[in-house]
Design a protein around this ligand. Sequence first.
Ligand SMILES: [Zn+2]
Length: 334
Amino acid sequence: MTIPTSTQIDSPDYIPRHLTKNPARGLLIVAITLSTLLISGCSSGQSASPPTPTALSAQLEQNSHPKITEETTALPLPIATPTPASSPTIAPTPSPFLRGPIVIGTSVAGRELEVFQFGSGDSQRMIVAGIHGGYEGNTIRLADELIQVLTAKPDLIPPTVTLYILRSLNPDGEARSESYKGRTNENLVDLNRNWPAYWQSTWPLEGCWTYTYVSGGSHPASEPETRALMNFLLTYRIEALISYHSAVLGIFPGGQPPDPASISLAEAISKVSDYPYPPIETGCQYTGQLIDWASLQGIAAVDIELTNHEDTDLWQNLKVLETFLTWDQAQPNP
Ligand SMILES: [Zn+2]
């Protein structure tokens, strides 16, 4: 396999052209996605009725996430009324299907870390985006698109699963810059080098990302973003994890060497996506990574790198999502 040039991987000059949200474009993508989903049906076995076109378009017209501030009570799925009212009407439903945003902590600069919950099954799974901030802002936009799709089409979640989506683990980097300057948190720490797994404050640069100085922190889990997610993963007993990155290198299973459950999950995802697997080797010795710490906790974990720094690869990642939600560690992959 051809090893990409550094320009292909992470050009320091690269600035995504469409990182500024384009509501009309996002609305079109989600509308097309939803119409496809409604036509193709759902394999989850849940019997919820599809939303009416009126209700669906009204949901899409919100073009923002429902802001629900109560964090400890199971909250209902919001249903927007077709009236011109600017704020959505929250109608009670019998199922605690959706909660969010749940604030699990704050960044160094005090920005909130927001998690959305879908479903209420026993198997707890999680998607994390934006660990490398604005530099990988397309992962955050992908998370937002997945949240929109699942809000409008909740029966995509199997009844056995609870899914949590953390849309931006590094909101300070997201706010700072869409270039490589937005990779670290406010302390110039790379949040994917700060976990208590093979941790080093600095590491050999051969084959690694070197566009600007970053550190692994003063000690393992020195950063509030790392500790907030760590506490959440342990408290909620997360069993499987996807951490989204960009770009190019493919699908990385957690663990050094990778553990069998993470390999199984990576293989399952590779069968429904075009992302390289095994991932492209650059010779970098990875330290302090989220997926390696997760592996040590018995969590099946993978990094997925999107195709570039701009696109969300939504179609591909809807298939990844379905696979992630139905993957069963105890069963061999089909
Ligand atoms: Zn990354």
